[in-house]
Write a protein that binds this ligand. Sequence first.
Ligand SMILES: C[S@@+](CC[C@H](N)C(=O)[O-])C[C@H]1O[C@@H](n2cnc3c(N)ncnc32)[C@H](O)[C@@H]1O
Length: 216
Amino acid sequence: MKIHIITIFPESFQSYLDSSIIWKAREKGLLDISLYKLNDFSTKNFKHVDDKAFWTHWQVISPEPLGKAINHIFEKVWKKIPVVYMTPSWKLLNQKKVETFSKKLNEFIIICGHYEWIDQRIIDLYVNYEISIWKYVLTSWELASMVFIDSIARFIPNVLWNPLSLEEESFSKKLSGKKEFPHYTRPRVFEWLEVPNVLTSWNHKEIDDWKSNNLK
Ligand SMILES: C[S@@+](CC[C@H](N)C(=O)[O-])C[C@H]1O[C@@H](n2cnc3c(N)ncnc32)[C@H](O)[C@@H]1O
């Protein structure tokens, strides 16, 4: 999977991209992420990329640098690729959509703006998918993008060390769309709470029954 991220704050992605499973996926060449600094596409003084909105006092990201950055990526990859825009809206993300997106989006652009909004004409002209990660408002466009990237990246074959993790986890078919059962490790007693006896019994049938009965 190839993801092109347009942002004013490329540095805010770095520790996330350089850690854990996402870092390993990049190392193995399964996930390729390119960051583009939006200000590099500005022709204004001091590389400004925003302006005052016509109808309010809010600052809005101007269409020109975003349009330029998107077209730069289209030219670089020799084709038009889907453009994703994270936004608080009713187009809510869920596990089913995550799975579909992970298959559908082989290579795509994700736009991160700043301030309150980007110029609507960029959405009208270029955006293919508007996605909300849930019904609340974040300050960081980058954070919303990372949540989306993280959710779809784990479906890329071989990104997860154990493919069974995808089969038997919350929302999966195998668990009838329910939340996964609780897990325990050593010690057997912590504070006053004991690991359920059945889990240390080695009785697979009883353990399977316990797992099914403890889905939520
Ligand atoms: C401060 S918010 C802008 C909120 C916008 N003024 C509104 O009223 O809907 C800045 C950006 O963070 C991202 N963001 C915030 N909450 C989000 C959510 N729930 N899902 C997806 N993206 C979100 C979006 O890119 C959003 O444009």
